[in-house]
Design a binder for this molecule. Structure first.
Ligand SMILES: *[C@@H]1O[C@H](CO)[C@@H](O)[C@H](O)[C@H]1NC(C)=O
Ligand SMILES: *[C@@H]1O[C@H](CO)[C@@H](O)[C@H](O)[C@H]1NC(C)=O
Ligand SMILES: *[C@@H]1O[C@H](CO)[C@@H](O)[C@H](O)[C@H]1NC(C)=O
Ligand SMILES: *[C@@H]1O[C@H](CO)[C@@H](O)[C@H](O)[C@H]1NC(C)=O
Ligand SMILES: *[C@@H]1O[C@H](CO)[C@@H](O)[C@H](O)[C@H]1NC(C)=O
Ligand SMILES: *[C@@H]1O[C@H](CO)[C@@H](O)[C@H](O)[C@H]1NC(C)=O
Ligand SMILES: *[C@@H]1O[C@H](CO)[C@@H](O)[C@H](O)[C@H]1NC(C)=O
Ligand SMILES: *[C@@H]1O[C@H](CO)[C@@H](O)[C@H](O)[C@H]1NC(C)=O
Length: 566
């Protein structure tokens, strides 16, 4: 039956099927008949081999056989965790080889492998027992190597990298992962700097031994670096941070307090600096060096509560004062209205300002913000009163987040909306004093309203929804969670404005029936509803016994924990 010709489409079809089969099935199929064997022997099936998945059953004999038979086709080979390894004499088209966790790999084997694989681009040797000799072989044979992982290899020393500076070297290396190589000292980084001028990305995570001098030695000559990952390097200080910042042409600098890392982007290509534990160190002095960056477009120092008005002053007088578009200083509890004044006056291109939970800010801040370039403002959890809202003017504000501003009343909202009519996104969640009149004002004056969040406003009634559905013809997103007085009547009105309304959240709306809520569901893309009583943190005092179901967003454990650490 082997001679029977197979139509080409049948062949292709079987080939497609073969492509999704597991290696073991594939090998069994090859024994069915000649046609199947021919299909399975076609090269395309063998360009990527993953022995890692098969390592529990495959024998060295089978593996060797497969590599022997198909070696001209193999391009990607994953041997991760295969503790045995038999290498055929040559596999010269391999570009991508993963030997990580192959504990039996010796320097001798690596030597044989790299001598036979001149095209190698990616080599993963993480968690192996290779030593200096492997580095010597790489330097002799792997001229094209671009990606190398030596993470968690403890047996080589600084000297190993000396080989990279001599001989042919690995001058094309672009990515190097040295995570966990705690044996490395400043000398090793000096060699890398000299031997790998094209290095763009270096991963040196999980290195408690890493010092500033290592980082300085590295960047001395690696001027193309655009990604530096330093997770869990607790001894890195401002000095290294500053140096890294100077090497890269930075566009974004971001320290995210919550998980303590910073990311830097360049204008031409992505530059990333990930610095764990630095947020806790972010001080006015570090902001001074950040302020020297020339292309800073976006700065996020939320939760860096050591930063004070002095730090903000450096920033506003720094090289990027006319470039900065977004600034997040939320939870920076030391900064005062003075900083807001400097921000509003000097950062003339600022588009987005996040001042949420800056506890010291008062109504004065909103006066300073008046007349500025800011289009999007978050003052959640600030001590803002009606007077502050009334003073906002001369500003094309499109987005305003006032969540948790508990002192704000309908009067303030009305004054605000009368003057700031461009608002499209309004968030008054947990502004417990607001009632229907506030919504009337928003919907009457701000004709372009697209998003409204008023969750946790217990005074809202069906009237509020009526104002919205008759006045806000562009409304797409509405959150009325915890508006316990809303009834099914509101839902009938909302149904009439779908579309544009496409997103509705009605969690903890105890007076809206499931039946009515479900009726609305087919008309919207996003839908949420529950009849639960609002959780205690909504702060309602309605005599209901409520169970603590959800944690408050604003008092999220991790945030508080981190901010008290910092
Ligand atoms: C190979 O198999 C391993 C183990 O199942 C898996 O983690 C890995 O993602 C696979 N790699 C490729 C390139 O398919
Ligand atoms: C092994 O390394 C290759 C690159 O060499 C990669 O494509 C693959 O995802 C890695 N496999 C793992 C993590 O098992
Ligand atoms: C190298 O192998 C390790 C697993 O040992 C894996 O975590 C890592 O992602 C691999 N690198 C690449 C680029 O696949
Ligand atoms: C691989 O190494 C383990 C210990 O690391 C050893 O027990 C085993 O015999 C080695 N296997 C081969 C084939 O060398
Ligand atoms: C690596 O090089 C250093 C310095 O030359 C040497 O002391 C060490 O013994 C070498 N290690 C191995 C395993 O060759
Ligand atoms: C660096 O190597 C470690 C260990 O193999 C791996 O878990 C990590 O994902 C790698 N990091 C990058 C950015 O490749
Ligand atoms: C800071 O604010 C910006 C814009 O307001 C936002 O994109 C970013 O996620 C915020 N940072 C954190 C840590 O939430
Ligand atoms: C302001 O920053 C906080 C993080 O502190 C974030 O949760 C919030 O979403 C940001 N506001 C806006 C409007 O992006």
């Amino acid at each position: 039956q082997c001679i029977l010709p197979v139509r080409i489409w049948v062949f292709n079809c079987l080939l497609d099927i073969a492509q999704i089969l597991k290696l073991r099935t594939l090998l069994n199929c090859a024994e069915v008949c000649c046609t199947w064997k021919a299909i399975i022997q076609s090269g395309t099936l063998w360009s990527q081999i993953n022995f890692s998945v098969e390592k529990d059953w495959i024998t060295d004999g089978t593996m060797k056989q497969i590599l022997q038979n198909y070696r001209p086709f193999v391009i990607h080979l994953n041997l991760r965790g295969c503790t045995f390894l038999k290498w055929p004499s040559e596999c010269k088209n391999i570009q991508d080889l993963n030997l990580s966790e192959c504990f039996n790999v010796t320097d001798m084997m690596v030597q044989r492998i790299v001598e036979g694989c001149p095209c190698l681009l990616y080599l993963n040797l993480s968690c192996t027992l290779i030593t200096n000799k492997t580095l010597r072989e790489l330097s002799r044979n792997c001229l094209n190597l671009q990606y190398l992982s030596l993470a968690y290899c403890y047996r080589f020393t600084d000297k190993g990298f000396m080989y990279l500076t001599t001989g042919n070297g690995c001058h094309n290396l672009v990515h190097l992962n040295l995570s966990g190589c705690t044996q490395m000292t400043v000398n090793g980084f000096r060699y890398i700097s000299a031997g790998c001028p094209s290095l763009k990305e270096i991963v040196i995570n999980d290195m408690p031994t890493l010092s500033d001098s290592c980082v300085l030695a590295l960047i001395a000559r690696c001027q193309c670096l655009s990604v530096v990952s330093l997770l869990d390097a607790p001894h890195i200080s401002d000095v290294a941070l500053k140096a890294i910042a100077e090497v890269a042409k930075l566009k974004t600098f971001r320290t995210q307090g919550e998980i303590c890392y910073s990311i830097i982007y360049t204008s031409t290509e992505r530059t990333e600096v990930i610095l764990f534990h630095l947020c806790c160190l972010m001080t006015d002095a570090s902001l001074k060096s950040v302020a020297k960056l020339k292309n800073l477009h976006n700065l996020d120092i939320s939760l860096c509560n050591k930063v004070s008005d002095t730090g903000i002053q450096y920033l506003t007088e720094g090289s990027s004062s006319t470039k900065l578009r977004e600034l997040n200083v939320s939870y920076c509890s030391l900064i005062t209205d003075t900083s807001v004044m400097r921000i509003a006056q000097r950062l003339c291109k600022l588009y987005h300002l996040n001042l949420s939970y800056c506890e010291r800010l008062t109504d004065m801040s909103l006066e300073w913000v008046s007349g500025s370039s800011i289009c999007s403002l978050d003052i959640s959890g600030c001590n803002i009163q009606d007077q502050g809202l009334a003073s906002l003017q001369g500003i094309f504000l499109k987005k305003l987040v006032l969540a948790g501003c508990v002192s704000v009343t309908d009067v303030g909202m009305e004054k605000l909306c009368k003057t700031v009519r461009d608002l499209e996104h309004v968030d008054v969640s947990h502004c417990g004093a607001l009632s229907d009149s506030a919504i009337r004002a928003v919907s009457f004056y701000c004709r372009g309203l697209v998003t409204l969040r008023m969750s946790g406003c217990p005074k809202m009634t069906d009237m509020a929804v009526q104002y919205l559905t008759s006045g806000s013809q562009y409304l797409r997103e509405l959150d009325v969670s915890g508006c316990v007085l809303l009834t099914d009547r509101s839902l009938r009105r909302l149904e009439r404005v779908c579309p544009p309304l496409g997103s509705i959240s009605m969690v903890c709306c105890s007076s809206i029936s499931k039946v009515a809520a479900l009726k609305l569901r087919p008309h919207v893309k996003h839908w949420e509803h529950s009849n639960d009583n609002p959780p205690y943190w909504f702060g309602y005092n309605m005599g209901q016994i409520v169970s603590p179901v959800t944690r408050p967003i604003k008092t999220d454990d991790t945030k508080w924990r981190i901010s008290s650490q910092c």
